[in-house]
Design a binder for this molecule. Structure first.
Ligand SMILES: Nc1ncnc2c1ncn2[C@@H]1O[C@H](COP(=O)(O)OP(=O)(O)OP(=O)(O)O)[C@@H](O)[C@H]1O
Ligand code: SF4
Ligand SMILES: [Mg+2]
Length: 362
């Protein structure tokens, strides 16, 4: 069957258009002990003009799932199930060449270790337009003009002058802006930003997030914002998908999620981070993370993979009624909860989601 390259870019972006739809994505790594699953049945959708935050602790599969969408998995990993449809075309069914042609162009990514990715021996302007020159054959002059535009777009002051400077002449925050500009060079429909602010101090983090939100809104782009910190998404995301051990465990519009999480893991994450805008009670420094550790890929416990860390499994949603002398409820130990709808636009993979929501409303 012949593959069709989707017409770029300039397909109009109308708010609400589904740009990227990931469904049941599964990724495995080869290891000495056999295949281990790092992403297991992840689904999410990205619409024009909206920001989806993909949130979870280290190792839950945020980066691996994004690299799979981009066709950039390391050789030891492979996609073993699912689809990733960009404007209806399954990227995962394309040849590697076509896949990469789409990505970078229509779906771009700011990588987690982006700050290290800038080459110290080339000017920022050169690096910003490498992909542009390779893909469009733009002249040096045209590419430089575009590089200045891109630096302006990400609000680097004195862009016309700074375009000829080298990465070490930029601060961390400014380098991160350059990486964002680089990902935007081909005017992508969807931008996946993997932890774009973790290396930055809090004030610069806020500036970079605000910038991303502005660009996203102005261009009606779909933005996937990856973070381990629910605190940073309150002011910028529209929707949140919470991941645990390779799976989505909760999906909700951001305000609903903050007002009443429908999964104990989300609730624990919310307790562990400062809030930005909704409720101020946790304002202040960073609080301890969720007690315990997530399971390594391939060693998830039976039943609900969160059960060894889950307070609700022991004490009920309200925390008031011990469910069997502190023992984990049988259903949590033995039956894996599916990600089910629990309210309009909301889903949760917890046997007691209704109880959690009921308690929050009471
Ligand atoms: N090259 C690799 N070889 C084997 N396993 C890997 C490799 N890269 C990632 N993994 C495993 O896949 C799982 C998901 O990793 P991933 O990098 O997606 O986590 P993450 O959610 O992005 O975490 P972080 O917040 O630390 O960036 C992890 O448990 C990790 O150990
Ligand atoms: S299913 Fe049980 S263990 Fe899992 S999150 Fe819900 S209450 Fe906790
Ligand atoms: Mg990561």
């Amino acid at each position: 069957m012949t593959e069709t390259l989707i017409t770029p870019a300039d397909a109009a972006r109308t708010a609400g258009d589904v740009l990227l739809e990931v469904e049941d994505l599964a990724v495995e790594f080869r290891s000495d002990g056999g295949a281990v699953r790092a992403v297991d049945g992840l689904s999410y959708r990205v619409e024009a003009g909206r920001t989806l935050a993909l949130v979870g602790e280290s190792g839950c599969g945020k980066s691996v799932s994004s690299l799979a969408v981009m066709g950039l998995l390391p050789p030891t990993a492979r996609v073993v199930g699912g689809t990733a449809r960009y404007r209806g075309t399954d990227l995962l069914a394309l040849s590697p060449t076509k896949h990469r042609a789409h990505c970078g162009t229509h779906v771009a990514m700011v990588f987690q270790d982006a700050l290290a990715a800038l080459n110290p021996v080339h000017t920022v302007g050169y690096q910003l337009t490498e992909s542009l020159r390779a893909r469009t054959g733009a002249s040096r002059r045209e590419a430089r003009r575009r590089a200045v535009e891109l630096l302006d777009l990400v609000k680097v002051p004195n862009a016309a002058q700074r375009v000829d400077e080298y990465p070490h002449q930029f601060s961390g925050g400014m380098r991160q802006r350059v990486m964002i500009a680089s990902a935007l060079a081909l005017d992508p429909d969807v931008l996946i930003a993997d932890e774009p602010t973790t290396a930055l101090d809090v004030t610069v983090q806020a500036q970079v997030l605000r910038l991303l939100a502005e660009i996203q809104a102005e261009r009606q782009m779909g933005l996937v914002l990856i973070t381990h910190d629910l605190g940073v998404v309150a002011g910028v995301a529209d929707d949140v998908t919470v991941m645990y051990a390779g799976r989505a465990v909760e999906h909700a519009p951001v305000r609903d999620l903050y007002a009443a999480p429908a999964h104990p893991y989300t609730r624990a994450l919310l307790r562990s981070v400062p809030r930005i805008d909704v409720v101020d009670e946790h304002a202040g420094g960073r609080l301890p993370v969720v007690p315990g550790r997530p399971p390594a890929p391939g060693s998830a416990p039976s039943g609900c993979s969160f059960h060894p860390r889950c307070d609700v499994a022991r004490t009920g949603a309200s925390g008031a009624v011990p469910a069997g002398e502190g023992a984990v409820r049988d259903v949590c130990r033995t039956v894996e909860p599916p990600l089910d709808d629990v309210a309009p636009g909301r889903s949760s993979a917890c046997h007691f989601a209704a109880e959690l929501l009921g308690g929050a409303r009471a």
